[in-house]
Every structure is written in structure tokens, then in C-alpha cells.
Write a protein that binds this ligand. Structure first.
Ligand SMILES: C[S@@+](CC[C@H](N)C(=O)[O-])C[C@H]1O[C@@H](n2cnc3c(N)ncnc32)[C@H](O)[C@@H]1O
Length: 360
């Protein structure tokens, strides 16, 4: 299988040459079958750049459905069990694609609404402005272990859980690739920002990203930028030629900078382990955050305050007069004149490193 390659050909045939379960992420932006019959014109009589390309034409819905079923079946076959599929479409095709996608065995995780900040107006004033496209995110099975870099996406979104509505401008300005006559090369070139989120969320550095309808090469370009491998297919040799040129200007960013953010879970250490190993000896005094309440550690890892005795969590909850309290972050020990939360001992003490080693 050729990796980091753009292949010119019919996807239905080219995908057949890829081995089973060989790619980690598929992004597909298939023909929409827009069925535009007349040329669209603005009020000033200038023509609107619409999707009237030959590649978007099918004799009828039945043929479009058969085409959709075929590429989805191949997508299912070549996708790894841990991989996921993203498909983008408009109201013209996305409902049909969604139907066939479920029939092919895919399990839908989310649909994302890409809301365009700068959509094309409805010039005739006969409908609402069509200001969004829909993306479907799906896995091969309901309970499969797929990649979702949740923490990275939250950091991307400034500590807010990322939602399913994304506000992104349509591809414009210098990002829009022009042909030799200075016109837009591709009528549906997707913004890199859109692919950036998808690839960042659903793949790891080094993963293989497949786009069976790569057009101007957006998916491959972003995959390369993010240190992922890519396979792009398109039947139009001109698109492939421009996409190759686009890719040749892109350099990998330092692979270290691509590592997804993950939540650092505290090492699994029991408070009793700290007492048993002598890190905190029985008889040591612990202090609440105000340092007014003192508790004595017993050999079994319990704490005693006056007549009350219980675990670090129970005693912390009692002092806080709440139903629960995390004793690890509540209780502090004294060293010299300074106080430190006992939580740091799980991360720094010798037993924590021994436990971490055992885990590895
Ligand atoms: C909606 S466009 C994709 C645009 C692309 N996402 C981009 O950012 O440039 C669909 C593409 O699919 C290609 N295409 C249509 N039918 C195909 C087929 N059977 N095999 C391979 N490519 C095909 C078209 O040439 C077109 O470039």
C-alpha cells in the first residue's frame, strides 16, 4: 500500500487495492449530487460559482445511491476496528449518505454542524440562506475503542468541552487555490480549519488518513501538517496535480508538538501504603487547610480527631461538614515551617515510582 501518496483514479476501484483494516481515519467529501439545472445568477446578472462540475452529475438518485453504497462498503472494509469515518455533505445528499452509512454497519457518534461565517446568500430570496453543512462521525461498531483526543479538543476550545456546532469560514483568500486563469481551482475546496479539528480529534501522530475524494488536497495537506500519513484519491488529474504542488510546500511540524494532551490521572496509591512504607509514619499529625484542626495518623491509615476516627476522606468531609471530600487534596503535612498537601506524596514518593514501574 502506497503511503503519503495521492492517487489519480476512480475511488471505487482504487479503494479495492487497499488491504482490509489498514487505515485509521477516513474523511470523505463525496459528490453532493446537487442537481442544479439552471445557471445561478446574482441580482447584478453575474454568474455564481456553483457546483456544476461533471463529477457531481449522476443520471438519477438510484445511481447516486448505488455509488454511495459502494464507496461506503469499501470504507468499512479498509477502516481499522479502532478507526472512524467522517463524511461531509449538504441537505442534497447527507440524509441519503447517513441512511446508507448505517446500512453498511457504521455506528454514528455525532453529527457536526459546520456553520459558515460567510455563506453565499440566497440571491433569489426564495429560501433561507443555506449557511451550514453537516458532518457525520461514525465508527465500525457501537462499542469499539476509537480515538478521540478529548483533552486536546477541550484545550483547543479554551477549556470548554467542544460542541457539535463549529463556526468556521468557507475557504477564501490566499488559502483558495487558483488555476492558471486565476479562477478558483475547485468549487468545493474545504477550509483547512475544518480538517484540522477532525484530524486533531480523531487520529494520533503517524496514523494513516484516507480521503477517497481528495479534490484540491485539503485533507492530505492538513494530515501532513499534523504529522499524520495520508492517502488521497481523486479521479481528476488536474486536481491531483495541484494537490501534489500544494503538498510539496508543506513541512511537518516537530512530531513532539503533535502529541495529544491526555489527562494525567493520579497514581493508584492507597493512603495506607504511605503509612505502611513509612513515608508518613503512624503518629504523624496532619492539618486541615486552615491549619487549625489537627489529625493523628493511625497504623491502619485512619485519622483520629478527638473522639472521631475514619479514613482521610471521611474525616475531611466531617471537617468540611459536607457529604464528601477528597482527603488527598484536603490534608496537609508539615515539614520545617511549611505545609504541603499529602497528594504530592503519591506523585513523588518512592512507592509511587515503584507502582508506576509495575504498571508499565
Ligand atoms: C466535494 S469534492 C472534494 C473537495 C475536497 N474536499 C477539497 O477540499 O478540495 C469531490 C471530489 O470527488 C472527486 N470524485 C468524484 N467522483 C469520484 C470517484 N468516483 N473517484 C474518485 N474521485 C471522485 C471529484 O473529482 C471531486 O474533486
Amino acid at each position: 500500500m502506497k503511503i503519503n501518496a495521492l492517487i489519480c483514479g476512480d475511488s471505487l476501484q482504487v479503494m479495492k487495492t487497499l488491504p482490509d483494516k489498514s487505515v485509521d481515519l477516513i474523511f470523505a467529501d463525496p459528490p453532493y449530487f446537487m442537481q442544479l439545472h439552471k445557471e445561478l445568477v446574482r441580482p447584478d446578472a453575474t454568474a455564481v460559482v456553483a457546483v456544476t462540475d461533471e463529477w457531481d452529475k449522476f443520471p438519477d438518485l438510484k445511481t447516486y445511491d448505488a455509488f454511495t453504497q459502494k464507496w461506503l462498503a469499501e470504507a468499512f472494509r479498509v477502516l481499522k476496528d479502532t478507526g472512524s469515518l467522517w463524511v461531509i455533505g449538504t441537505y442534497h445528499n447527507i440524509f441519503r449518505v447517513g441512511y446508507h452509512l448505517q446500512n453498511a454497519g457504521f455506528w454514528i457518534l455525532n453529527d457536526i454542524m459546520w456553520r459558515k461565517t460567510n455563506p453565499m446568500p440566497n440571491f433569489k430570496g426564495t429560501r433561507f440562506t443555506n449557511a451550514h453543512e453537516t458532518l457525520i462521525w461514525a465508527t465500525k461498531e457501537p462499542r469499539t475503542k476509537y480515538t478521540f483526543n478529548y483533552e486536546s479538543m477541550k484545550a483547543f476550545n479554551e477549556d470548554l468541552q467542544m460542541r457539535s456546532d463549529w463556526l468556521i469560514p468557507v475557504c477564501h483568500g490566499p488559502e483558495r487555490i487558483k488555476n492558471q486563469t486565476g479562477k478558483s481551482l475547485h468549487s468545493t475546496q474545504k477550509p483547512e480549519e475544518l480538517l484540522y479539528r477532525i484530524i486533531l480529534a480523531c487520529s494520533k501522530p503517524g496514523d494513516i488518513v484516507l480521503d477517497p475524494f481528495v479534490g484540491s488536497g485539503t485533507t492530505a495537506a492538513v494530515a501532513k501538517k499534523l504529522g499524520r500519513k495520508y492517502i488521497g484519491i481523486d479521479k481528476d488529474p488536474t486536481y491531483i496535480q495541484y494537490a501534489e504542488k500544494r503538498l510539496s510546500t508543506i513541512k511537518y511540524v516537530n512530531p513532539e508538538l503533535q502529541i495529544p494532551l491526555t489527562k494525567e490521572l493520579p497514581p493508584k496509591i492507597l493512603f495506607g501504603d504511605l503509612v505502611a512504607s513509612g513515608v508518613l509514619k503512624a503518629g504523624t499529625t496532619l492539618y486541615d487547610p486552615t491549619h487549625k484542626t489537627k489529625a493523628t495518623i493511625y497504623s491502619d491509615g485512619s485519622l483520629k480527631i478527638g473522639a472521631l476516627r475514619g479514613s482521610i476522606h471521611q474525616m475531611a468531609a466531617k471537617i468540611k461538614r459536607g457529604p464528601t471530600c477528597n482527603g488527598w487534596t484536603f490534608w496537609q503535612f508539615k515539614q520545617g515551617n511549611d505545609f504541603f498537601p499529602i497528594d504530592i506524596l503519591r506523585k513523588t514518593s518512592k512507592i509511587s515510582s515503584i507502582k508506576q514501574q509495575k504498571k508499565g
